[in-house]
Design a binder for this molecule. Structure first.
Ligand SMILES: [Fe+2]
Ligand SMILES: [Fe+2]
Length: 169
């Protein structure tokens, strides 16, 4: 593995932990505002992002390098509405997709084939993650002025199983 690719993967580990932290902050907002189902969904998503971070962490170690943890930013924790929470989640996923693409491009340029193979999983995962969050945003837009439907949607989100949006292999 080249130094550049190693450093970029280490930065991505921090970015995945950052996403985990951010989802947990979103869960806190939702639960504080009594959207308990959304809170549960976001907690599971937070755990999933931690799984992504650890998957890259394990990859770096498996390639006989030291995984290094960088700092993570304080996540946004104030939102105007539950819809805004999920809009923010979608923007975050789109940003991560760009990061993964850039990382894949770097691994390709540097001919680090093992990293390319590892990153394939993340490219596929991002397609799934964007899709599931985009669907939730669309549903919130449909029901946002109907409190009974909003409560139903919150209940539906609370029924999420741990592996719904994909877990690391
Ligand atoms: Fe992730
Ligand atoms: Fe994600």
């Amino acid at each position: 593995m080249t130094t550049q690719v190693l450093e970029a993967i280490n930065r991505q580990i921090a970015a995945e932990f950052g996403a985990s932290f951010s989802y947990l902050a979103m869960a806190a907002w939702c639960e504080h505002h009594k959207f308990m189902g959304a809170g549960r969904w976001l907690r599971l998503q937070s755990a999933e992002e931690r799984g992504h971070a650890l998957k890259l962490f394990d990859f770096v170690l498996a390639r006989n390098h030291q995984a290094r943890l960088g700092g993570i930013e304080e996540p946004k924790s104030d939102f105007g509405s539950v819809v805004e929470v999920f809009e923010r989640a979608l923007a975050q996923e789109q940003e991560v997709s760009k990061q993964i693409d850039a990382l894949y491009e770097l691994a390709f340029r540097e001919k680090v084939f093992a990293a390319m193979a590892e990153l394939q999983w993340f490219i596929t995962e991002q397609v799934e993650e964007e899709k599931s969050v985009r669907e939730i945003v669309a549903k919130f837009h449909m029901v946002q002025h109907d409190s009974a439907a909003l409560l139903d949607l919150d209940r539906e989100l609370g029924g999420r199983g741990p592996a719904q949006a994909g877990t690391p292999a």
